[in-house]
Design a protein around this ligand. Structure first.
Ligand SMILES: Nc1ncnc2c1ncn2[C@@H]1O[C@H](COP(=O)(O)OP(=O)(O)OP(=O)(O)O)[C@@H](O)[C@H]1O
Length: 228
């Protein structure tokens, strides 16, 4: 596996923000590779830059310096349309604040990336329903996000991220809002998709037990990732 092309490859990535005239360097010359099929936990204190790193890996923000490749494609050279295509083809994204579309049902939210891929509506719907079933929400498919609990919304976001069978799942605290049993079933789902399809996982978490389920644990501190 180590010889295969990594699904994520970052080199010399730097990212900072300017707040009220104050420069904050969040990531500094960061090198990071994720092999196909590898599951990696990112830990680190609040404000250390974990969400920023995921945003960069998903091409939602640009680094100030360095290169990021996803599934062998350099993000630097891609515009918004190309990045959208690459995300749809290769990545599943679970954001901290879900970003579900409020006017659509749970099923429609999950079916959306499949419709963008060009699947027929009936096929997208049946795959979305099967994925909602896998996250324990088969009875909630017709509900809109505002009619769901926080943990249910989180599971809809997870179903949306997984429905395309991504090469890599990027997940920001995906089990943060869930009770122990539901969290366990979501982690088991990640692991079964990992075994069945070789889906890589990059998971940001504060939970050492969750991190312990991954192949590798990295701590983000002072802008660099170090093995734990
Ligand atoms: N768009 C932005 N503009 C200005 N500063 C930002 C922006 N995004 C992030 N930051 C700053 O970058 C730092 C890292 O934020 P980030 O959200 O990546 O941390 P985190 O490790 O994910 O934190 P948490 O564990 O609390 O979610 C913080 O100091 C934050 O204030």
């Amino acid at each position: 596996m180590s010889d295969a092309q990594p699904v994520i490859a970052c080199q010399g990535v730097r990212k900072g923000f300017n707040e009220a005239g104050l420069a904050v360097n969040v990531l500094q010359d960061l090198d990071f590779r994720v092999a196909q099929g590898e599951q990696v936990a990112i830990l680190g204190r609040s404000g250390s830059g974990k969400s920023t790193l995921l945003q960069l890996l998903g091409g939602l923000e640009d680094p100030d310096a360095g290169t990021i490749e996803v599934d062998g494609v350099a993000l630097n050279g891609l515009g918004a349309v190309g990045r959208g295509r690459l995300r749809n083809r290769a990545l599943g994204f679970v954001y901290q604040f879900h970003h579900l579309l409020g006017e659509f049902s749970a099923m429609e939210n999950v079916a959306m990336p499949l419709l963008i891929r060009g699947l027929r509506a009936s096929e997208a719907q049946s795959q979305a329903e099967a994925m909602l079933d896998q996250v324990g929400l088969s009875a909630r498919w017709a509900h809109k996000p505002a009619e769901l609990s926080g943990g249910e919304r989180q599971r809809v976001a997870i179903a949306r991220a997984l429905v395309t069978t991504p090469r890599c799942l990027l997940a920001d605290e995906p089990t943060g809002n869930l009770d122990g049993q539901t969290a366990e079933s979501i982690l088991a789902l990640f692991q079964s998709l990992n075994r069945a399809n070789g889906t890589s996982v990059v998971l940001v978490t504060h939970d050492l037990d969750v991190a312990g389920r991954m192949d590798r644990r990295l701590n983000l501190s002072d802008g660099v990732l170090q093995p734990l």
